[in-house]
Design a protein around this ligand. Sequence first.
Ligand SMILES: Cc1cc2nc3c(=O)[nH]c(=O)nc-3n(C[C@H](O)[C@H](O)[C@H](O)COP(=O)(O)OP(=O)(O)OC[C@H]3O[C@@H](n4cnc5c(N)ncnc54)[C@H](O)[C@@H]3O)c2cc1C
Length: 486
Amino acid sequence: MSDLAKDQEWDFIVIGGGITGLGTGAILANGGNKVLVLERNDNVGGRLRPTEKDGFILDNGLHLLKYGKESALYKTLELSDCHPEYIKFIPIRNYYVYIGLDDEHLKKTLDKECIDKNKWTKRGWLEVPHNVNKMKGCDYFNLWKLIRIYTTCFKCEFNDIKEKSLIKFLAEKRMCRAHGCIEVTRYLKLISTALMHCSDPHYISAGEIFRTIKWMSKRKVLFSYPKGGWQQIIDKLKNKIIENGGKVITDCEVKQLIFQKNKVEDQNAIVDLLSVEGVKTSLGDISSDNVVIAIPPKNVPNLFVDKVIIRRIMPEYQKVFESLDPVVGISIDFALDSVLYKSKTFMYVEEPSGYGSTISNIDPSIAPDGKQLMSFFFPFPHQMLTRQKMVDELIDKCKKGVYKRYPKIQDNILFERVLIHDLVDSVQVDVNNYWDKRPKPKVPGIKGCYLTGDYLRTYGASGELAYNAILTTCTKIRKIEQNYFI
Ligand SMILES: Cc1cc2nc3c(=O)[nH]c(=O)nc-3n(C[C@H](O)[C@H](O)[C@H](O)COP(=O)(O)OP(=O)(O)OC[C@H]3O[C@@H](n4cnc5c(N)ncnc54)[C@H](O)[C@@H]3O)c2cc1C
């Protein structure tokens, strides 16, 4: 028996010290539970963990809080008494896409619609409106067409269109390229790339994207960045667990769950009632009646090695985990020797689809004085990064795209960092992985066994799905606890 097991009784063991493990742990700890978080790496934070190099704070790929104070992460910090009001979330107010001077279709559209080209042709940038007010002064994304998208999306029921691709949906509504609405598809593609990390209109789920737009349009949402970087958020959640008598242990891999089988009578037959009893780890066995699994989904089935469970629960359940398609991606950071660009904007990038920001203009504290950090991120469906040759070509294409827009970068690089991410989001929220296809927070048939993570059946996509998963899992746990007390 390990030291952890000997001297403690844990109300909850949380497997995985990423943001969902820490967030769930902090809310449970704040509710009076003794929580043990087990992380296999030598540090917590998972995919959200930043690093430091030569005075620059580098995110693990550009990380923005996409819904600012409306984000479920903000709610998580509130619910765990982590005082988000003391963190400054710096909003990004302007959103642009680079079109360049060589987009023939765009020129024709602007000519046809008698739109003043002077605004954009000099700079090659177009504003992408993120609310109705912004739409009014917009050059290219025509107000009436955009209003039509918004009214159409308000009329649609999620369940009717969740399995429908955006391209099919727009064709049915006569709002696609074939009907002269190229900017409608372009606009929705940009929004989906940034919010859902899914840029292919053949895969974007009309239901998921319209539900997101509907949700956003009722709130004042701006992308934002936590001043000083993400580490403070990770630390706050971790400290909350420790303050309440819990522990966060690193270098501790959980190998499998331990179950207890009790014989009970169910409809005149004697059956096994399964409940969680603890976990087997690289540091020994640790017991608890409740376990929250907060690790990426492809590793979840490995924890269930018990024969009864494999026979009774896993065949169907395993298929659910295996069918989830992740998002992968390439991130590129440029640490520059001087301040070359003044913009404080969010920049959409087309071909390949991605986004970026001169992030040190948003938060100067993440770069040394007089220096600049520019970060770009390009999400791809998982099939895209399987062959090295393909990866090299994509990196080259991504870099060329950036240099075309920012030619001064190349002569002023202190260092550049290219990361290939084989896991960006655990699931690409699209026509194949919409709401119903994803698992719920309670593992069926096993008492005390819960899931959380950026693949759960809850709202949003990418990190927002992770933060909503924290709230969904905690709500489920509370409901179950209340039922036991009745
Ligand atoms: C390049 C990139 C850009 C992104 N951009 C954004 C963005 O702009 N905005 C946003 O909101 N989100 C973004 N995301 C997504 C966001 O980072 C993730 O959704 C979120 O961090 C997932 O958190 P998690 O805790 O569910 O998983 P993870 O962070 O993967 O944490 C899981 C943890 O479990 C540990 N673990 C695994 N197996 C075991 C085991 N057997 N025993 C013990 N520990 C184990 C792992 O080591 C890991 O620390 C981005 C991600 C990437 C990679």
